[in-house]
Design a protein around this ligand. Sequence first.
Ligand code: GLA
Length: 390
Amino acid sequence: MKTKLDALAYGKIVNSLGETSEDVLQIAAPGRINLIGEHIDYNGGNVLPAAIDKCIYFSFKKNGTESNANVLTTNFKEGFSFDINVAEKPGDGWLSYLSGVLSELSQLRPGKVTGFDCMLNSKLPIGSGISSSAALLCGFAKGLNELFNLEIDDITIIKLCQNAERIFSGANVGVMDQFAVVKGEKDHFILLDCEALTYETIPAAMDPNMLLLLNTNVSHNLADSAYNERRSQCESSLEIISAKYPEVKTLVEATQEMIDDLAEELGEDRVKRATFVAAEQKRVEATVKALKNNDFEQVGELLNASHDGLQNLYEVSCPELDFLAAYAKNDDRVLGARMMGGGFGGCTINLIDEKNVDSFIEDASKAYKEAYNIDLSPIPVKTNNGVSKL
Ligand code: GLA
């Protein structure tokens, strides 16, 4: 059973972890963006995410006990003491995510993790679609891997964090977020082949343009159930298509001709989903080409087209995201914009000339406030390294 840390215990741990000493391990775990390639990671696609320069910071220290962990967050000013061998139930907030990682680690390396203290400080807005949960899971897992010399390789860490996220969030997520958070490289996007789990780095310099996130500050409840529903629609689409075209092993390999051919059997919804998936995969390839040619106008158009598909075919957007995407599309200061991540809230990602950023933020914030009476949160981002030791 976990117990809440009282003020004294909380303060003691903050003090002991706050000092820089040899036995304190410090880790930064970044959030992620995704330039393009949405909802295709679980369809065998290639996606183009990056780690960003906003992180969750962790400090770890062994505490000499056999199995007692004290973990606290300075964001919520709360902490807990618990036995690392007693798993928390899903749904119990941030601690249950960490407990999920601990169970995965102890299955892989029984008895290797002993008592420790851990302090978290997040500079990542939660629930904004920049994968604060993947940063939490991957930073925690990589930190314990280092602290206890578990020698678990990155791909295994990525998969175990994906698994913990699936169990504890209830959404049957793909591998993109954890991969970007662990493997990100400063000044680069990661062109990730989600089937093979191999990647190529693509330079992210887009001078004079930059990437700006606009956080809608809404997150609609639907997210997890709709995510799982989309995923199962894609799986049943694949079954239908591969029954006639056995060469199709993942949904991104289905062509528009095949989808049209099987339209009746697939039904309207699945036709829309599969059509989006096929087109989004092509847009990723086109974006990589455009980036290599410094053709940022073209990148912007591809972002707009991606949003259109996510809104109308994949149907994972929401009015607030559509408002911001349309606002950016109709504004000459922005090259292109789309919703980013799972959808139903969170951020849009905007490709914009740096000199226009301030004026655009001001106007978009005003318009958004007028339309929804919600404050917009702008988040300028740069690409960054994945989880790192400080
Ligand atoms: C969430 C999931 C990812 C991916 C995106 C949509 O972020 O965690 O695996 O499916 O949605 O692209």
